[in-house]
Design a protein around this ligand. Structure first.
Ligand SMILES: C[S@@+](CC[C@H](N)C(=O)[O-])C[C@H]1O[C@@H](n2cnc3c(N)ncnc32)[C@H](O)[C@@H]1O
Length: 285
């Protein structure tokens, strides 16, 4: 590959652009998973393969369809947009289920690799890609998809970008369609992790050294979560555009949602969701 790519200078995009640079070369698909796969599923090792990587995505898609109560959604007739597709770990599975899939990501090299992944393990005839160059705008028409899905991506955006992407998800999803969006909220360890993350993102801005640092796993894992968003913060802004709102979260913690005007948001505690995560599943009005 080795294309000339537009790289964002925004600190919270650096780990993705660094991993994207590694993916933007002539390595085999298995090598790309060994080099960069940990940024998607946190697994490292010399034995990793693209096939096993995609299997983790397929299992998670199956798991979340069940946990998020999406079984009745007509995937086979639908166009799904995935914000933060990466190199296609879950995208392949979506192309096997949906009529059409749009993989959207802030890094264009990931999108090229995503096409290769889907060509091998999914349905390439159903895939198109969308570069989210500014990290906050989806270049799609209003009401043009049936579901907008995002997993472990919005937590990596600056708060205003994450909220802009929620607004975009609502805009591009048709009336009666679903948004299925994963967020990270506050946990006790954030007392230490949040200031450390801010410090690490400042270091990433240093000339030369910064870009190197953004490639190292320890620094990436400290600096890449650029926001914590509570359900109320999101609902205050978007509730009026949604109906049948579910906030799905771990059974291990209480996640309060202030009673809204119409009291429409339902909280659904469930097993096997990380206690720091929550999902917004809702129909667009
Ligand atoms: C942790 S990875 C998750 C990828 C995929 N959802 C998965 O589970 O394998 C986060 C992805 O979000 C992308 N990303 C980060 N910020 C983004 C933004 N503002 N807009 C679109 N994609 C973004 C990154 O490039 C990366 O591919």
């Amino acid at each position: 590959m080795k294309s000339r790519r537009a790289i964002s200078l925004r600190a919270h995009h650096l780990p993705w652009n660094s991993a994207g640079n590694l993916a933007d070369n002539d390595l085999t698909a298995d090598d790309v998973v060994r080099e960069t796969g940990w940024v998607f599923n946190n697994e490292t090792g010399d034995e990793l393969t693209l096939k096993a990587f995609v299997e983790t995505g397929d299992k998670e898609v199956q798991r979340y369809i069940r946990l998020l109560q999406l079984e009745s959604f007509q995937f086979e007739n639908s166009t799904l947009l995935e914000i933060g597709s990466g190199i296609g770990r879950m995208t392949s599975s979506f192309t096997n289920r949906c009529n059409a899939v749009i993989a959207a990501d802030v890094d264009s090299a990931f999108l090229e690799r995503c096409r290769q992944t889907v060509a091998r393990y999914g349905r390439i005839d159903r895939l198109s890609t969308l570069h989210v160059a500014n990290g906050k705008t989806l270049g799609r028409e209003d009401k043009s998809v049936d579901m907008t899905f995002s997993y472990i991506t919005l937590q990596h955006c600056q708060p205003q970008d994450a909220l802009a992407l929620v607004s975009e998800a609502i805009r591009v999803t048709r009336s009666g369609g679903l948004i299925v969006l994963n967020f990270r909220t506050w946990v006790v360890s954030d007392i230490v992790l949040v200031p450390l993350g801010i410090a690490v993102r400042r270091l990433w801005k240093l000339p030369v050294l910064g870009r190197r640092l953004a490639r190292w796993r320890w620094s990436t894992r400290l600096g890449w979560q650029a926001n914590r968003l509570k359900p109320d913060t999101v609902l205050q802004q978007f509730e009026s555009q949604l109906r049948e709102i579910k906030i799905i979260h771990s059974i291990k913690r209480k996640l309060a949602v202030a009673a809204s005007q119409d009291n429409t948001a339902q909280t659904v505690p469930t097993n096997r969701i990380n206690p720091s995560h929550w999902w917004l599943v809702a129909q667009v009005s």
